[in-house]
Design a protein around this ligand. Sequence first.
Ligand SMILES: CC(C)(COP(=O)(O)OP(=O)(O)OC[C@H]1O[C@@H](n2cnc3c(N)ncnc32)[C@H](O)[C@@H]1OP(=O)(O)O)[C@@H](O)C(=O)NCCC(=O)NCCS
Length: 436
Amino acid sequence: MPSNTLSVTDDRTGRTYTFPIEDGTVRAADFRRIKEKDDDFGLMLYDPAFMNTASCRSNITFIDGDRGILEYRGYPIEQLAEHCTFLEVAYLVLFGKLPNSKELDNWVFEITHHTMLHESTKTFMEGFRYDAHPMSMLISTVAALASVYPQASHVQDPDNRLLQIKRLIAKMPSIAAMSYRRSLGFPYVYPDNDLSYTENFMNMLWKMVEPKYAANPILARALEVLFILHADHEQNCSTSAMRAVGSALTSPYLCVASAASALSGPLHGGANEEVIRMLDEIPNMAAIPAYIQNVKAGKGRLMGFGHRVYKNYDPRAALIKKIADQVFGVTGPNPKLDIALELERIALQDEYFIARKLYPNVDFYSGLIYQAIGFKPEMFTVLFAIPRTVGWLAQWQEMITDPEQKITRPRQIYTGPRALKRLVPLAERDMEAAKV
Ligand SMILES: CC(C)(COP(=O)(O)OP(=O)(O)OC[C@H]1O[C@@H](n2cnc3c(N)ncnc32)[C@H](O)[C@@H]1OP(=O)(O)O)[C@@H](O)C(=O)NCCC(=O)NCCS
């Protein structure tokens, strides 16, 4: 009868150690028992970039990267994208169950009634340079909310946590819209409680002098689906940042600012902006093979391709590709879509991409849709941060309430000098330098 254990022999000492295997995992701390001498620190595991280390137990999001499967709380992303609103999915991701009508109405009411920003936020916004990137404005402004809500630092109080969760989900679109209007020099638009989450966001972005903003229902639904697809993605770079910063019991506003900072990098949420820049660099179909050749030669990457976890088609990219047709039906065709489709077709037949299992990821087509809806590329990562706030907060809450979690503190392998050197006083160092 095979036992659910791992036996390891240390060839330095000939000793064998046996560790339990649970959920296909061994505990790294067990390896500390492996010592050459009694006063050794014990064996560490070296895993730069956490390529094979589980940092937590989580029951929020399931990904099977080899099969291209994504589920929130056990529901396939395809079903959620077809049948739910974003706030319904947000409820599911946060509370672990789909709401009934009464729960949903109450939840929507609560979020809708927290969308206003403190009036001083306007003055804060005025401090940014006219050309500030909207993502920088979003990150700084959400961090500044920690000063507006100092009581948010009581993170062990569940009621207090829930209040901050509602505020953050409600206010992220308001901050995002304000940063957008600031960059255009337009007056800010207040939230409209009659509208849905995405319609209200569009209202705050684009309402001009009309008495009531009416969003195009196809575009509003497309944005809603994009928000659903971006709501969570388990332990990615920004979520890990959220958990790491949150593990110090930091204010959730500062945790979200940290997570959003991680998201802004071009290898993470910034990739959708890079995809559009890449497509701009390819003038026509005939230029695609040469572009791919350059990528294969190591001159840049095919942005929107490849993923740490997905070694198959990203299921979110497949859904986004489907809604692209509906959006372009309203906005007119985007010639860049043809270039993107052809890039994908050629890449998926190319040995370089096949061998490395590089497929389009969520960012490959999302930028094209955002652009068609009317967003500038600088806003794309902001559009990622708004729905991902839900995932960050669900993961933060899970981390805070997990009795196994502690302040995040990885180990290192020290490679620098030890304290065997004599400290040379500054005057002596100057004399040495003068001799050269
Ligand atoms: C997402 C990403 C950071 C994952 O990186 P990773 O898991 O660390 O994978 P690696 O960087 O080790 O890449 C593995 C191999 O594929 C290649 N590769 C990965 N993504 C590539 C891309 N987009 N274009 C060309 N080659 C790529 C790497 O050069 C490497 O090749 P090598 O083994 O010959 O050195 C990476 O695929 C990437 O940079 N993609 C483009 C940015 C992007 O779209 N990000 C959004 C993610 S949702």
